[in-house]
Design a protein. Structure first.
Length: 301
């Protein structure tokens, strides 16, 4: 009795798992021929310290709001050992070299670490007041505007859109009944026609910054336009504009303190990074001229 092995062989060759195993073997073979792939003997012993176990349990508690069970604790240690061994083997194989993601992640990690460690000193009352006086506008509540509008759709009206809007403005200006006159002109609009007490930022989200900046400059009590937005053309009636008063320092003191600390923390972090850059001499090769240009303090020229 004879067996035909060819169909079986063809089936195995089509198996994705076999392809994966062969590819992995080729990768290890390539590293074995070109690089030292074994971990240093001194690194073959892995000791999981008590502080590392405490850190693992603390991370677990922060995530799940409870301590791990003995079985979960065993799993945490097992996962930590597995990750550490894979990390060491990856370093031995040089997998961290020329890897953009690894480079970026390590750079971000150092920057985050510096932000956590570099804390500004407690500001004095004088410092906070000086910071507040220099940037009062950042602590004011936004001005509010109440408006109505009539929309003219360029997709429907084409080249006559602006002319139609101008003609409609004359009709609207002659009618005392605002709501009735709005119904007689314009095109359907997906959003509202009346917007009470909206800030520049809120109107900008709805109509675009060009529209919101323009309407906040308009005088109340009359029709204006045409005013352009991302939707098309509008005639705008400003009912009221409320200019927010300058806040009292005592009322916004905590907000001032938080903003001051945020800026100081950013300044400290920038100073830390500048200090690191100052330790290096950066040499950049000019390919076109075949020369080298040196920059100081990390400022590439």
């Amino acid at each position: 009795m004879t067996f035909n092995l060819r169909p079986l062989a063809r089936g195995l060759l089509r198996e994705p798992l076999l392809h994966f195993i062969l590819l992995g073997a080729l990768i290890y073979l390539a590293y074995g021929l070109t690089k030292k792939t074994s971990v240093d003997p001194d690194q073959r012993t892995l000791t999981v310290t008590a502080s590392e176990i405490d850190w693992l349990e603390s991370s677990w508690r922060k995530r799940w709001n409870r301590s791990p069970t003995p079985e979960e604790r065993k799993g945490l240690v097992k996962a930590f050992v597995r990750e550490t061994i894979l990390y060491r083997e990856a370093l031995a194989m040089g997998l961290d070299k020329d890897d953009t993601i690894v480079r970026r992640r390590l750079a971000q990690k150092l920057e985050f670490l510096s932000q956590d460690l570099l804390q500004p000193s407690t500001p004095s009352e004088k410092e906070l007041r000086a910071f507040y006086d220099a940037q009062r506008d950042r602590f004011r509540a936004p001005d509010l505007l109440t408006m109505s509008h009539v929309f003219f759709d360029p997709d429907q009206r084409g080249d006559t859109t602006l002319k139609d809007a101008e003609a409609a403005k004359e009709i609207l200006s002659e009618h005392a009944d605002l709501s009735a006159s709005q119904k007689s002109v314009g095109d359907p609009f997906l959003l509202q026609k009346y917007y009470p007490e909206r800030s520049n930022a809120e109107l900008s989200k709805l109509f675009g910054s060009g529209f919101s900046d323009a309407v906040f400059k308009l005088e109340p009590g009359q029709w204006h336009g045409p005013v352009l937005s991302g939707y098309g053309v509008h005639l705008v009636f400003v009912h009221d504009r409320q200019n927010s008063p300058e806040p009292d320092f005592a009322a916004v003191k905590e907000k001032v303190r938080a903003m001051w600390e945020e800026e100081k923390r950013r300044e400290l972090n920038e100073a830390f990074i500048d200090g690191l850059l100052a330790r290096y001499k950066v040499v950049i090769e000019d390919k076109s001229a075949g020369k080298q240009a040196t920059s100081a303090l990390g400022r590439v020229k």
